[in-house]
Write a protein that binds this ligand. Structure first.
Ligand code: SF4
Length: 361
């Protein structure tokens, strides 16, 4: 096992720094595992500045496991709007239901039980159990990985090595496990940042190998480099009927917005020609396709990011005639107010804005 070079004295400097410099965030100063869990799930892949207000609104509406588990899924999704990665939100509610049923509404404090809850992986389990129950599970998120890989520079590029180091530090801590984890994460967010670290203001600069080494700061990339995003093309179809109601659908078997209300769309690899792919099968019910006409094409009209996909999009504004289409539970024409209520992603907001500024829908 790699021996920790950080002595208790250095850890104490870290804790002292955290005590006086930590941000006053709405989910700090609570030991409620539900609230910590919500914040950790929201923070996965989403910036703190976006999360703060969303978290406050979410907790006001769903203050505990019970209220979340009993809520209507569509309503829960509206409170997630703007955070993206909607499967996280669904799993959160699924997990809340499971905890209600299986653990009588008490978040499990054992590692093996927590990992059985939908959407809880090792990172989330470590964060929740350490902060809420003082369990000695070391968090290893992107911030902690970066701090450790710099402190112990040069380091073998391996998750196992970093995990070992994180656990080693956890074992010599002199404070609560949650306080210890949060100190390291906060140091990575505020001081030992991606790019050029702010070593002048770092409480650990006296024991940091990268600092000692005098190597060019900022060039060190922590293990687990991010893969580059995938470029894809989205063809998104806004089909309306004579009453200006818009076709929306809820599907399980599609790439994005699974099981959420959204507009029909198709995706393909990004090509030189934005229109390529449009002629392929349209993801629209046959009865509607039988009498449809194109009103306008907005080529390259939007850009969006979803889970490592960089999307360029074409928007097709189409009208259908008097079709014999039977609305179904998962596909129907909705009026604009309903669309705004049910289709809650930030991409749908962009799309509706484009239509509104062109057609005043
Ligand atoms: S001294 Fe610099 S590189 Fe080392 S941990 Fe602190 S901020 Fe990071």
């Amino acid at each position: 096992m790699i021996q920790s070079g950080l002595r208790k004295k250095n850890l104490f400097l870290l804790y002292e720094w955290f005590f006086s410099h930590r941000r006053n965030l709405p989910f700090r100063n609570t030991k409620d595992p539900y609230r910590i869990w919500v914040s950790e799930v929201m923070l996965q892949q989403t910036r703190m500045s976006v999360v703060e207000n969303k978290y406050i609104n979410f907790i006001q509406r769903f203050p505990d496991l019970k209220s979340l588990s009993m809520a209507d899924e569509d309503e829960v999704l509206t409170y997630w709007k703007g955070l993206g990665y909607y499967s996280r939100c669904r799993n959160l509610q699924k997990g809340a239901k499971q905890i209600q049923k299986q653990y009588g509404g008490h978040f499990p404090s054992e590692w093996s039980d927590a990992l059985k809850i939908p959407g809880i992986g090792e990172y989330t389990a470590s964060a929740v159990l350490s902060i809420a129950f003082n369990r000695p599970h070391a968090v290893l998120d992107g911030n902690v990985r970066r701090v450790l890989s710099r402190l112990y520079y040069p380091l073998e590029d391996s998750s196992a090595v970093l995990r070992n180091l994180a656990e080693d530090l956890m074992s010599v801590r002199t404070v609560d496990a949650g306080f210890h984890n949060e100190s390291l994460m906060e140091l990575g967010s505020l001081v030992c940042k991606p790019g050029i670290p702010d070593c002048k203001n770092c409480p650990l600069s006296g024991c940091c190998n990268l600092k000692k080494h005098g190597s060019r700061l900022g060039t060190l990339v922590p293990p687990g480099k991010k893969s580059s995003p995938l470029d894809i093309r989205m063809h998104l179809y806004i089909v309306h009927d004579k009453k200006k109601r818009i076709l929306i659908e809820k599907k399980k078997d599609r790439k994005f917005f699974k099981n959420m209300w959204f507009f029909p769309y198709a995706v393909c690899e990004e090509t030189q020609s934005g229109m390529k792919g449009f002629e392929k099968e349209l993801p629209i019910p046959e009865e509607i396709l039988a009498d449809i006409r194109m009103k306008h094409v907005f080529e390259n009209s939007f850009r969006h990011h979803i889970t490592h996909h960089r999307i360029k999009g074409n928007l097709y504004w189409m009208q259908c005639g008097s079709v014999k289409f039977k609305p179904q539970d998962s596909v129907y024409f909705a009026d604009l107010q309903e669309v705004k209520k049910l289709v809650v992603s930030s991409l749908s907001e962009k799309v509706l804005k484009i239509l509104d500024s062109n057609f005043n829908i």
